[in-house]
Design a protein around this ligand. Structure first.
Ligand SMILES: Nc1ncnc2c1ncn2[C@@H]1O[C@H](COP(=O)(O)OP(=O)(O)O)[C@@H](O)[C@H]1O
Ligand SMILES: [Mg+2]
Length: 246
């Protein structure tokens, strides 16, 4: 893996799901060591782009390179942590049992379990069955699983949705701590308020990347007072794709 490779490099990426072209040719480079927000309304293609990056999405054309390797390459398995929008963890196991299971799958170390429990503030719930957890706790278990192998790239699909403001603040602080340690985080959200928490923003709408900028550039470019207003101003400048169009 070349040290100088960007975390993610997409070139003219097009993805079809069912009959619909859902990514219309995305070209973007994400440098290492930043917290990058992937923002935009539901249905815009955030999850599809993330699936393409982690190598579980069939691509129609174009390419995706991750840490200098083609997405889905076996060597990326321990280098990319992915937490899905709907937490994919086992309800009938405790939090710790889930982590033990995924630790053995990933070949992570035993001590990583206590580390991720602490980082996601789940130490007190370690013995609880996942079925009995709140939505916010479940998404943190899924995040903890993604963090087990300390991957240099974390792809987190709406990790802060449904969390109370204090927990959300804690998680964003954790994301920045991880980035300071050299990790790259791609974090999606449909809540535009989260924009100000990111080092860099990728704004998606209707299968297109409509902006790639910093939060302050977003406000400066649009003259808007809030990220939400700025985003609306940007999407008004971008015509929607017609259904089925390519
Ligand atoms: N399994 C699927 N089959 C067909 N279309 C899908 C499927 N999953 C998502 N889509 C469509 O792909 C588009 C992008 O969805 P998605 O990537 O989930 O967006 P987001 O994560 O931004 O909400 C939407 O129009 C959605 O309806
Ligand atoms: Mg999604």
């Amino acid at each position: 893996m070349p040290d100088t490779a960007p975390a993610i490099e997409c070139e003219s990426l097009r993805v079809r799901r069912g009959k619909k072209l859902v990514l219309h040719g995305i070209t973007v480079t994400v440098p290492c060591g930043q917290v990058v927000g992937l923002l935009g309304p539901s249905g815009g293609g955030k999850t599809t782009l993330m699936r393409s990056i982690v190598g579980v999405q069939r691509i129609a054309s174009g390419s995706v390179q991750v840490l200098g390797l083609p997405s889905g390459d076996a060597r990326l398995r321990r280098l990319v942590g992915y937490s899905t929008q709907a937490a994919s963890i086992y309800d009938d196991l405790t939090v710790r049992q889930n982590l033990s299971y995924f630790r053995s799958v990933l070949g992570a170390r035993a001590e990583d379990i206590d580390r991720v429990l602490q980082e996601t503030a789940l130490s007190d719930t370690a013995g609880q069955l996942v079925a009995t957890l709140s939505g916010g706790q479940r998404s943190r278990v899924s995040l903890a699983v993604a963090m087990l192998s300390s991957p240099p790239l974390l792809v987190l699909d709406e990790p802060t949705v449904g969390l109370d403001p204090v927990l959300r603040e804690d998680l964003w602080n954790l994301f920045h701590d991880l980035a300071r340690g050299g990790s790259t985080l791609l974090v999606s959200s449909h809540v535009m308020d989260e924009a100000t928490r990111c080092d860099r923003l990728l704004l998606m709408r209707d299968g297109d990347l409509v902006a790639d900028l910093t939060p302050s550039e977003l406000l400066a470019r649009t003259g808007a007072a809030t990220a939400e207003e700025a985003f609306l101003a940007i999407i008004r400048q971008h015509p929607k794709h017609r259904a089925g169009g390519s």
